[in-house]
Design a protein around this ligand. Structure first.
Ligand code: BES
Ligand code: MN
Ligand code: ZN
Length: 514
């Protein structure tokens, strides 16, 4: 992980591999101009105030994520200046927003792969900005190469060239300011845990089955003083968890339900997070065709996010109780698999007619939601790569939020916006419920095709305990980035929803939720 520090050192004397500065696209009356952002004054001065012109000559436009490298001016102890685009300059008298800083820091950190140490002289104005740059650096520097030959047994140089930026020194903050220090420490913790979620998502499904996931949770829980309970297949049978068992029935790797409990002696509230943890979704007997299964190792992204958020809450010592539920199963076809037409008796006692074994997420979540509800938490938030329909509706960067309480849905949306995770509220239209009426069971696991994401949300709602506030995040779109990296988002597992969950825990702890 990239180490983060604060420094007041002046740019020319600082020893590092590179100094990162910000540039932006000018807005009226400076439309068309390249703007050098505050923080880069020392560099600009060493260029006799011509830095913007020099960068323009090199083709810089200030566009978001654009990286322009140039040799540092004479007298600098840093050989390289890296100018990163922040997008459009803010309105007069306004500052660059935290998300623009987070993304720029991420793009710069990724461009510095292989470097040992870089100084970041971006336009930070307060502790929140420092946290944003710190988070952007840790998240942008991320790489997953555990399975690459270079990381395994490549020579030292090959390894080094691919290694994430080792250290980032943030300029512009105050190393002795408690708020600045706290913001940086929070960024390091959240960034590290979010990267842990990414590692889990990127891990191939032949290595990460439900049992392996539970074992990793056990290790982390022990390390961070989190109570953990793992229900194995026997315990699930005994407890009557028909949804989780039904989905896992076709796999050679048995399912698990993991309960992580972080408690604070100062807590006044209790939040429960529930994550869909399908370690591989083949579709089961309703098998997915080729072209739809290559990325289905990502179907445990919800559980990874929940896991990471609980560990982050513990490491931050938040004054709130947080319970994380990981509903882990592998959805495979076989002679023992659940068939379309089977009826499952769920943990809640309701029966479900399985019409499509590929609608498995809602089945494992239903049991976990019912288990979470039994503790009467102040709120439940579930996170799931639940439907292709949500991806069609919102695209691949935005997750949908559904809830049984409008105010809570808005609060979750606000928290997501605040941390820079694009999200959008979605409805739970009552008329879609009757499409799931079953002739043999209490409900079917499929309904109308149109509005499939909302249908799934309505199904889940039936398994939330009476009077429990609940929100559902369908992260099928943003969980896994199949395109190129952008900002602080790498290719592959993104760790989406981790920061929203952590923010919700913080807001609940401070009594500021809603
Ligand atoms: N895991 C998938 C949803 C998904 C699709 C996640 C694409 C990420 C990317 C889920 O289990 C699924 O297969 N859903 C079906 C439901 C349908 C059978 C009612 C879907 O969306 O097609
Ligand atoms: Mn599926
Ligand atoms: Zn799935």
């Amino acid at each position: 992980m990239t180490a983060l520090t604060l420094s007041t050192a002046a740019a020319p004397g600082l020893r590092a591999d590179a100094i990162v500065i910000g540039v932006a696209k000018g807005t009226a009356p400076r439309s068309g101009d390249l703007i050098v952002a505050p923080g880069a004054e020392a560099v600009d001065k060493a260029f006799d105030g011509r830095l913007a012109g020099v960068l323009e000559t090199l083709g810089a436009s200030g566009a978001e994520g654009e990286v322009t490298k140039l040799p540092a001016p004479a007298g600098f102890k840093t050989p390289l200046v890296l100018a990163v685009g922040l997008g459009s300059e803010p309105e007069k008298d306004a500052a660059f927003d935290a998300e623009a800083l987070r993304r720029a820091a991420g793009s710069a950190a990724r461009a510095l792969t292989g470097a040992k140490k870089a100084a970041f002289a971006l336009p930070v104005t307060d502790a929140a900005d420092i946290g944003a740059v710190g988070e952007g650096v840790v998240l942008g520097a991320y790489s997953f190469d555990a399975y690459k030959q270079t990381a395994r047994d490549g020579d030292a140089k090959a390894k080094n060239d691919k290694a994430p930026l080792a250290e980032a020194v943030l300029l512009g903050g105050k190393p002795r300011d408690a708020a600045h220090k706290a913001a940086l420490a929070r960024a390091a913790t959240v960034g590290e845990e979010l990267n842990r979620a990414r590692d889990l998502i990127n891990m191939p499904p032949n290595d990460l089955d439900p049992e392996a996931f539970a074992a990793l949770a056990q290790t982390a829980a022990k390390e961070h003083g989190i109570k953990i309970q793992v229900l194995d297949e026997k315990a699930l049978v005994k407890g009557g968890y028909g949804g989780i068992l039904g989905v896992g029935a076709g796999s050679a790797s048995a399912p698990r339900l993991v309960k992580l409990s972080y408690t604070s002696s100062k807590a006044k509230k209790h939040l429960a997070f529930v994550g869909k943890g399908i370690t591989y979704d083949s579709g089961g007997i309703s098998l997915k065709p080729a072209g739809h299964n290559e990325t289905m190792k990502c179907d445990m992204s919800g559980a990874a996010a929940v896991f990471a958020a609980v560990v982050a809450a513990a490491r931050l010592g938040l004054e709130v109780n947080v319970t994380g539920w990981l509903a882990l199963a592998e959805n495979m076809p076989s002679g023992s698999a659940t068939r379309p037409g089977d009826v499952l008796r769920m943990y809640s006692g309701k029966t479900v007619e399985v019409l499509n074994t590929d609608a498995e997420g809602r089945l494992v979540l239903a049991d976990a939601l019912w288990a979470a509800s039994a503790e009467k938490p102040d709120a439940i938030v579930d996170v799931a790569t639940l439907t292709g329909a949500m991806m069609l509706a919102l695209g691949s960067r935005t997750f949908g939020i559904m809830a049984n309480d409008d105010a809570f849905r808005s609060a979750v949306h606000e928290a997501a916006e605040e941390v820079g995770e694009p999200a959008w509220p979605m409805p739970l239209p009552e008329h879609l419920r009757k499409g799931m009426d079953s002739t043999v069971a209490d409900i079917a696991n499929m309904g109308e095709r149109m509005g499939g994401g909302l249908v799934a949300g309505l199904f889940l709602r039936e398994f939330v305990g009476e009077g429990v506030t609940w929100a559902h995040l369908d992260i099928a779109g943003p969980a896994f980035n199949e395109g190129g990296p952008f900002g602080y988002t790498p290719k592959g597992g993104t760790g989406t929803a981790v920061r929203t969950l952590v923010r919700l825990a913080e807001l609940t702890a401070s009594g500021d939720l809603g």
